[in-house]
Design a binder for this molecule. Structure first.
Ligand code: SF4
Length: 443
């Protein structure tokens, strides 16, 4: 081992801490104190394309502006971006910026959906015994107490529900509803096998302090529930809330401490997908959560042009680890509408996993997984039964979740060979290819 300090090996310890928002013409005079205030961040969140133009003025070219307007006609997700994320976008090169790609869709980037796309790719609605709850694994449930978020991600797997209707899709977005939550708690009291509750949505940042406390306390008091996870992208896109919304932080900390008193785990799962989301603000927010005793884990979504370069994935992994977030999962992109341009192949997922493994401690190495379309649950990216790489068809089983069922995941067609793309273009050939792959899998 060399004793000389290799600066590139510690580059992930450098966090941006300049007044980067002042590069946005509309916020050039916003002070650090204002920018730090969670109320200012919420009030100034960007929700319309014309706001983007007003804020950027001449920095936004008419072509990109028009492209964003076109994007609004095609995307299943509305726009909502915190000033924090908006200011971190490189507005000198918005076309290629990984943050712009995630939150501000362009009409020119959309590709036709895969022929086997599903609006509810993970079959959460099918496995839902009661409103707001998915119960697929015997010991674990997914509770969705709200369907609103502080930002809306263009790649959202629940685009059928989250963030309100758009030009391309009608949705039944819902907010907090204590009566329905009580029905969920009743169901859980009657489900003694359940030990683990994921509170997702939507985003826990959109629940008030009182609601966080109500949900947390109700779940902790159910004797067989042992583990509670609050899911929020907030730390990644809105760290100012952790730093200045004391009431909210106190509420979630109280739940965590109550859980500990009962011998139960209350943790936070967050969602950094690009190292470009990480700044000194993220580190300060994590310092506060860490000092409150929180375990925080990260779940990233693998996205083309956002994090599918080896150096970007390694930096994301090392940087979240450095601020005391455990890299937990990297998901293959679900096969939901309006996302074909984000999707990558299983092969890319496998190659990235190989490249990341060994760059840091094993417990800080994320598992790359494919959440099987049709409700098979999460499988390691290399655990398929058969993979026809030429036609982009992988065949899977999920013996503990849906015994006897066979699942398929499909690579995006535009990444396949020309010959394979031609075959996919013939409607009658699609089922033939799937049958061939299942036969080769022996299923
Ligand atoms: S924060 Fe999560 S639930 Fe909300 S839009 Fe993003 S991916 Fe979807």
């Amino acid at each position: 081992m060399s004793s000389a300090l290799d600066k590139s090996a510690i580059e992930h310890r450098n966090f941006r801490n300049d007044d980067f928002w002042k590069e946005i013409p509309g916020w050039s005079s916003v002070t650090r104190g204002e920018f730090a205030d969670h109320r200012w961040q919420t009030k100034n969140s960007v929700k319309k394309v014309d706001q983007v133009q007003k804020l950027l003025g001449a920095r936004l070219s008419p072509e990109v502006y028009q492209d964003m307007l076109d994007g609004q006609k095609k995307t299943p997700m509305n726009i909502r971006i915190t000033p924090y994320i908006f200011s971190l976008i490189d507005w000198d090169d918005p076309m290629n910026d990984p943050l712009r790609k995630q939150f501000l869709p362009l009409g020119s980037q959309f590709l036709p959906d895969h022929p086997f796309y599903l609006e509810d790719s993970l079959s959460e609605d099918v496995d839902s015994p009661i409103a707001m709850l998915t119960h697929r694994y015997p010991d674990k449930v997914l509770f969705l107490p709200t369907t609103i978020c502080p930002v809306y991600c263009s790649y959202c797997t629940r685009s059928r529900l989250i963030g309100g209707s758009t030009d391309s899709i009608e949705k039944e977005t819902y907010g907090a509803n204590q009566k329905k939550w009580d029905d969920v708690f009743d169901y859980l009291r009657r489900s003694p096998l359940v030990e683990d509750v994921v509170i997702s949505g939507g985003d826990a940042f959109m629940l008030t302090a009182k609601q966080i406390q109500y949900i947390g306390e109700s779940l902790i008091q159910i004797p067989h529930i042992r583990r509670i996870r609050f899911a929020t992208k907030g730390i990644a896109i809105f760290p100012q809330k952790i730093l200045t919304d004391d009431e909210w932080v106190e509420a979630i900390s109280n739940v965590q401490k109550l859980g500990r008193a009962f011998g139960k785990q209350v943790v936070i799962h967050t969602h950094f997908s690009s190292h470009r989301e990480i700044t000194k603000w993220s580190q300060m927010a994590m310092d506060r959560l860490f000092s409150e005793g929180f375990i925080v884990r990260n779940q990233a979504v693998l996205q083309d042009g956002v994090n599918n370069k080896i150096e970007d994935m390694i930096k994301l992994t090392r940087q979240v680890s450095y601020i005391n977030i455990q890299p937990y999962y990297v998901y293959m992109h679900d096969m939901v509408p309006g996302c074909e341009h984000f999707r990558t192949t299983i092969k890319e997922g496998e190659e990235l996993e190989k490249a990341v493994r060994g760059t840091t401690a094993g417990f800080n190495t994320p598992t790359f997984i494919c959440d099987l379309p049709g409700g098979g649950g999460k499988r390691h990216v290399a655990s398929y039964e058969y993979y026809d790489q030429e036609h982009g068809i992988s065949v899977w089983t999920a013996p503990n979740v849906k015994p006897g069922q066979v699942f398929t995941y499909f690579d995006p067609i535009h990444k396949l060979s020309e010959a394979a793309q031609k075959r996919w273009a013939i409607e009658g050939e699609r089922e033939v290819m799937v049958k061939e792959a299942k036969k080769k899998a022996g299923l």
